[in-house]
Ligand binder design. Structure first.
Ligand code: UDP
Ligand code: MG
Length: 322
């Protein structure tokens, strides 16, 4: 009996990427031909339409070849959730996640797959950008963010690594068990564990349209990462609260004895003002932070599904025209 062919599922979320549909479909069919030639893989594509408002899904349906599924979500849930929707439908021996905007090239995808197939000791190979071109301020911010988030846990979230990765089946299955609603994929990949390997690459420029990440989004995203993966800010909060209180008590004693021994009147209005403003500011900032944690807890405690599927378009290998 011939050995069953290993299966590779390619998961790609898209949101208003009609302009790149044709080109991406071509990239996929080249990729499939290549992995079939090199490793004898049988491939299937799972594209997720993340509530797009253009005719992207139709265009992809027209352009895709071979076996595919297009899962249309009922609205825009965000890329992180769209990836989960794809993983939920992937049951291959290998799963590749890539963007549909042509920033993830055929060459790098092939390299990822090759590295994983050739190294049985590794479960995940992820692509890591070399962050060339990022401004100094931006990269310092990223450093601070990862430093904060990684300082207190048993797993490390690697810098500059995104969803572009290929993993073995069990890893994909493990990820689908993590049903966080406010998803921070980088954190989830790290949390799930397994043996990872990085591949450094330079992403291509976007073929059309603009990145769907605005600056504000990035800030929100980082806060989400921190709130769902780090207790350090809360620790800092309690410690600095304690320290300030202690300083206040000591200062209070000082004043008390001064009054007793020297009977001083009331100078020091500036110091009073400074204390009020500094402490007030601290209070507001840290209350906001606690709010983030509460918000995460609240969203996770609602018993809603992570996403809703509107419908699924698909074609099996057998339906292909002769
Ligand atoms: N995307 C999505 N839902 C969203 C935002 C983006 O499915 O809410 C898709 C998008 O179409 C693309 C991929 O996720 O295929 C990466 O998005 P983008 O290119 O905006 O991110 P970047 O490459 O700048 O990280
Ligand atoms: Mg992109």
């Amino acid at each position: 009996m011939p050995e069953a062919q290993p299966k590779l599922d390619i998961v790609a979320p898209f949101w208003n990427e009609a302009a790149s549909a044709k080109e991406f479909a071509r990239l996929l069919s080249e990729l499939e031909a290549e992995v079939s030639r090199r490793f004898g893989f049988e491939t299937r594509k799972i594209l997720i339409d993340d509530g797009g408002t253009d005719d992207g899904a139709e265009r992809f349906a027209q352009a895709l070849t071979g076996e595919w599924e297009i899962v249309r979500l009922s609205r825009n849930f965000g890329k992180e959730v769209a990836v989960l929707a794809g993983l939920d439908r992937a049951h291959g021996d290998f799963v590749l996640i890539m963007d549909a905007d042509l920033q993830h090239s055929l060459e790098v995808s092939l390299q990822l797959i090759t590295e994983l197939v050739e190294d049985p000791d590794i479960d995940v190979v992820y692509a890591r950008t070399n962050r060339e071109g990022a401004s100094w301020r931006r990269s310092q911010l990223a450093k601070l963010f990862y430093g904060l988030i990684n300082s207190s846990q048993r797993f490390d979230i690697p810098e500059n690594a995104g969803d572009f990765r290929v993993m073995r089946g069990p890893v994909a299955r493990a990820l689908t068990q993590l049903r966080d609603k406010r998803r921070f994929n980088k954190g989830l990949y790290a949390w799930a564990g397994f043996r990872h390997k990085a591949l450094i690459y330079t992403p291509a420029d976007r073929a059309s349209g603009t990145s769907k990440w605005s600056r504000r989004n990035l800030v929100a995203f980082s806060l989400e990462g921190i709130a769902s993966f780090s207790v350090v800010p809360l620790r800092i909060l309690s410690l600095s609260g304690l320290a300030t209180a202690l300083a206040g008590i000591i200062y209070g004693f000082k004043i008390f004895f001064e009054v007793i021994f020297y009977g001083i009147a009331v100078p020091g209005f500036p110091s009073l003002l400074i204390a009020i403003v500094v402490l007030g500011g601290f209070n507001l900032a840290l209350l906001g932070l606690i709010g983030e944690y509460v918000w995460v807890a609240l969203s996770e405690s609602k018993d809603r599904p992570v996403y809703i599927v509107r419908d699924v378009l698909s074609r099996k290998r057998d339906d292909r025209e002769p």
